[in-house]
Design a protein around this ligand. Sequence first.
Ligand code: 8Z2
Ligand code: NDP
Length: 284
Amino acid sequence: MSAPSRIFAPGVLEGQVILLSGGGSGLGRAATLELVALGAHVAICGRRIEPLEETVALAGARCSAHVCDIREEQQVDALVDDVLARYGRIDTLVNNAGGQFLAPAEEITPKGFRTVTRLNLDGTWLMTHAVATKAFIPAGDDGRPRGGKVISTTLSPHNGLAGMVHSSAARAGVENMMRELSIEWARFGIKLNAIAAGQFGTDVFMTKYPREMVAAAAGQVPIQRLGRPEEFAWLVAYLASPGGDFFSGSVLTIDGARDNHAGPWPPAVHVDDAGDPLRESRRG
Ligand SMILES: CCCCCCCCC/C=C/C(=O)SCCNC(=O)CCNC(=O)[C@H](O)C(C)(C)COP(=O)(O)OP(=O)(O)OC[C@H]1O[C@@H](n2cnc3c(N)ncnc32)[C@H](O)[C@@H]1OP(=O)(O)O
Ligand SMILES: NC(=O)C1=CN([C@@H]2O[C@H](COP(=O)(O)OP(=O)(O)OC[C@H]3O[C@@H](n4cnc5c(N)ncnc54)[C@H](OP(=O)(O)O)[C@@H]3O)[C@@H](O)[C@H]2O)C=CC1
């Protein structure tokens, strides 16, 4: 059973049904545990059943595991049908599944580029479209579209993460997808936002990339540390809660200021002999 939230009132998400992709690990697992602790039912999906079942074991009976590759249209359709059959509704979709490999752009093959854009951009679209058309746009008991929320994980820094041209491009696409749909689908009561995550110390982040880069990552963040998965989870919970009801078409960057500058301030080339930031002398 999930531990109580350290931030939000228990029950703030009571009765909500949330579909979250990539719930078997890292940020998705942390978000699932927080959402369940706040009273939501959370259906999680991923390609492998084992990590999903581990999350269910931690979260308890309000969480269910569904195998689905979000790149495959038929699997996505079947997933959304399953979740609707089981819970009768979906209130919030969290598009958290994603990822990429680190490689110099000139070495990325067409297949490699397509693999990453299919996962992050096409997969997010397939999930968003299926949930919108099956759960959010159809009329509820009052004869009006039910509406709902979509929260999509993207990537900071926004000015390009070197070694990840495919993912930098795909995540920019997702952010503009959320912005565009926030206009078109406002008439159905659908609110869509992106959470642009900086570097978070999840197991996969710590183990997938070259050791030297991971060791240097916290030093690249102005506040000089990596994000903690629970900090991501709290933002997801906030957006899913009534506190998030007036957000739509926004990109919420959660990255310790990494989007604005790489490294601590002042950098070594901007200090005087005492180590203080350089400053302009006054005139006159
Ligand atoms: C400042 C500090 C910064 C520190 C580091 C940078 C900051 C990072 C910020 C973001 C952090 C995170 O997202 S952390 C979380 C990351 N999590 C994930 O990435 C999980 C999901 N990822 C995956 O499943 C995989 O990585 C992914 C490749 C995307 C999809 O896997 P698949 O099994 O579908 O695909 P594969 O069969 O493995 O590969 C398909 C093709 O992709 C290409 N390919 C795959 N791996 C490749 C590789 N290592 N190098 C080249 N090319 C590769 C090849 O063309 C492959 O075809 P063939 O040639 O025919 O084999
Ligand atoms: N950690 C970080 O620093 C950052 C993370 N992000 C993004 O945040 C999200 C979560 O990252 P994090 O928790 O660190 O990483 P993880 O690798 O732990 O999480 C990715 C999750 O997505 C699932 N997944 C991957 N491909 C698919 C697919 N085709 N269909 C369905 N599920 C899939 C994985 O499960 P399975 O393999 O079983 O399918 C896994 O549970 C990702 O989108 C990531 O790129 C963004 C910026 C930084």
